[in-house]
Design a protein around this ligand. Structure first.
Ligand SMILES: [Fe+2]
Length: 253
């Protein structure tokens, strides 16, 4: 069994709770679909923890910390600069700092395995493109993205978990949220995009950390409670991180 996690965003409490939940299952490998850092208060700790994953993709915030952040709103950009300063913290050994930068720099944008594609954003633009639930009505966009997927594509980036399927009969696309699916889905002959949701900053109205267990062709959405007030307090205590970045966690927005 695999665990698929994404969009941790330096939320250590959420990541620890998810890893503890993963330990309760028969998971042999963890795949992380990017955005380890950005927004939250514990970038170094989160990078160190995800290094146990078999696969860790590059997310746009991970890239933003390494290069000039491009296309971020002001609070996100401030968080990126603060994150970068944490990764340069004089409190850390030179070796630790170098190891983390090197780890980020080596992250791939795409991974393919047995007909499964893994990206942060989309098959068309692995780093930056959002595929939102309402995009099912944008047939041109979905046609192009689905054309690039052999069978199944696992992705993150929007922080909105759920399953997109194509319906070859009527040329329409469907989106189902974890609740719609009763938290379970079986991959079938249809091409499918699976958004695994966000560990550290869910935006589907559910504050609990989100990730996916994948057992052969069966996938299970997991929602995990964590000490959210602790994370919010840490964000409030760091002037460079907007309070809003903490407050939004409560509403899952
Ligand atoms: Fe993200």
């Amino acid at each position: 069994m695999k665990a698929l996690i994404s969009d941790i965003h330096s939320n250590l409490e959420a990541l620890q709770a998810v890893l503890a939940d993963i330990e309760q299952h028969n998971v042999t490998e963890i795949y992380c679909l990017g955005d380890i850092i950005g927004y939250g208060p514990n970038p170094r700790e989160c990078i160190d923890l995800v290094r146990q994953c078999r696969l860790v993709l590059l997310g746009n915030h991970d890239q933003g910390a390494m290069f000039d952040p491009d296309g971020f709103n002001p609070p996100a950009e401030r968080a990126i600069f603060w994150t970068r300063a944490q990764l340069e913290s004089p409190a850390d050994s030179r070796q630790n700092k170098e190891d983390r930068w090197e780890f980020l720099a080596e992250r791939p944008r795409v991974f393919k395995e047995n007909g499964f594609l893994y990206v942060h954003g989309s098959a068309r633009n692995p780093l930056n493109e959002y595929v939102f639930p309402e995009d099912i009505y944008n047939q041109r966009k979905m046609d192009r993205i689905f054309a690039l997927v052999e069978k199944y594509c696992f992705q993150g980036h929007t922080h909105v978990p759920g399953v997109f399927t194509e319906n070859p009969q009527d040329d329409l696309y469907q989106f189902q949220s974890p609740e719609d699916l009763n938290y379970e889905f079986k991959l079938d002959a249809r091409k499918t995009l699976v958004n695994v949701g966000s560990v550290g900053q869910p935006r589907d109205g559910d504050w609990r950390a989100c990730y996916v267990l994948l057992d052969d062709d069966a996938l299970y959405y997991r929602r995990v409670e964590y000490d959210i007030e602790r994370t919010i307090q840490k964000i409030h205590d760091i002037p460079e991180l907007d309070n809003f970045l903490g407050d939004r966690l409560r509403d899952g927005r």
